[in-house]
Design a protein around this ligand. Structure first.
Ligand SMILES: NC(=O)c1ccc[n+]([C@@H]2O[C@H](COP(=O)([O-])OP(=O)(O)OC[C@H]3O[C@@H](n4cnc5c(N)ncnc54)[C@H](OP(=O)(O)O)[C@@H]3O)[C@@H](O)[C@H]2O)c1
Length: 261
């Protein structure tokens, strides 16, 4: 495809109050994008909106839970009424839990699937009329390398990101005739608050998390991929190594993972 222009485009970013979502909102504003910012923490969203305004772009704050249909509708109506439409949908909000499946509270699976999978799916469905009328429209799903290789102690999270990955691939084919791109960002370990907000934690992980990359780096790589019309990126070399090794030598990765299971 021709290079995607970002100047004067309109984006909705979920989970824009911290981490990758916050960095993406600021990076997009730098490229000339106006934004709707959706998350639950109002003060944090207000701070991001202030940064966006300093860069000379508009930011509309919508406080709400992405699993709530009313919050999603508010966000889409804000894009339509205050920004005049929507060109970019970024499904970034996400949560996780740590600990073996056998020890897990049965109640931890559904919230993870609700936030990481069902909410993005429904938001894509609900945003289609606006995206179809948008300019060079694109859906960006913030997935994970664990959506390409399952990992012990994070089974529900891996499953939610596999679901998002597969859904994105299917939609990319379906949306081609609508002119809507789908980009999946298979993020690796990133230095954010993510691990402070785990919904359940059973003991320490039996390995040291590898050196995380900054959310700003993930945001820059994502924006570059949007401009270039890429379908999928893995914005950390450690993540790339895991996925590549797993593709060619899955039995080796199985063995390594089993040591930690
Ligand atoms: N950090 C990593 O190592 C890593 C690795 C791979 C993939 N990822 C993915 O990257 C994405 C962003 O995570 P992050 O690392 O930037 O973590 P983060 O700093 O904790 O950000 C998560 C964001 O999601 C929002 N959120 C969570 N639940 C929500 C809900 N029910 N409704 C609305 N917003 C909600 C949070 O905002 P509020 O709390 O204000 O609602 C926050 O803005 C996630 O999809 C995650 O799976 C992260």
């Amino acid at each position: 495809m021709t290079r995607r222009q970002l100047t004067d485009r309109r984006a909705l970013v979920t989970g824009a109050s911290s981490g990758i979502g916050r960095a993406l909102a600021i990076e997009l504003a730098r490229q000339g994008v106006d934004l709707v910012l959706l998350a639950r923490r109002e003060e944090r969203l207000a701070e991001v909106a202030e940064q966006v305004a300093r860069l000379g772009r508009r930011a509309v704050v919508v406080v709400g839970d992405v699993t709530d249909p009313v919050a999603r509708l508010n966000a889409l109506e804000s894009a339509r009424d205050q920004l005049g439409g929507l060109d970019i949908l970024i499904n970034n909000a996400g949560i996780s839990a740590h600990g073996r499946f056998a020890d897990a509270d049965p109640g931890r699976l559904r919230p993870i699937m609700e936030v990481n999978f069902f909410a993005p799916v429904e938001l894509i469905r609900e945003s289609l009329p606006l995206l179809r009328a948008g300019r060079q429209p694109i859906v960006v799903n913030i997935g994970s390398v664990l959506g390409k290789r399952g990992c012990p102690h994070k089974s529900e999270y891996s499953a939610s990101k596999f679901a998002l990955q597969g859904f994105g691939e299917a939609l990319r084919a379906e949306f081609a005739r609508l002119g809507i791109d789908v980009l999946t960002v298979a993020a690796g370990p990133t230095d954010t608050e993510f691990f402070q907000h785990l919904i359940e934690e059973h003991g320490e992980l039996p390995w040291k998390e590898s050196q995380p990359v900054s959310p700003e780096r993930v945001a820059r790589a994502t924006v570059r991929a949007m401009e270039r019309g890429r379908h999928e990126i893995i914005p950390s070399w450690r993540g790339w190594l895991l996925v590549t090794a797993n593709r060619w030598f899955p039995w080796v990765i199985d063995r390594i993972m089993a040591r930690y299971g």
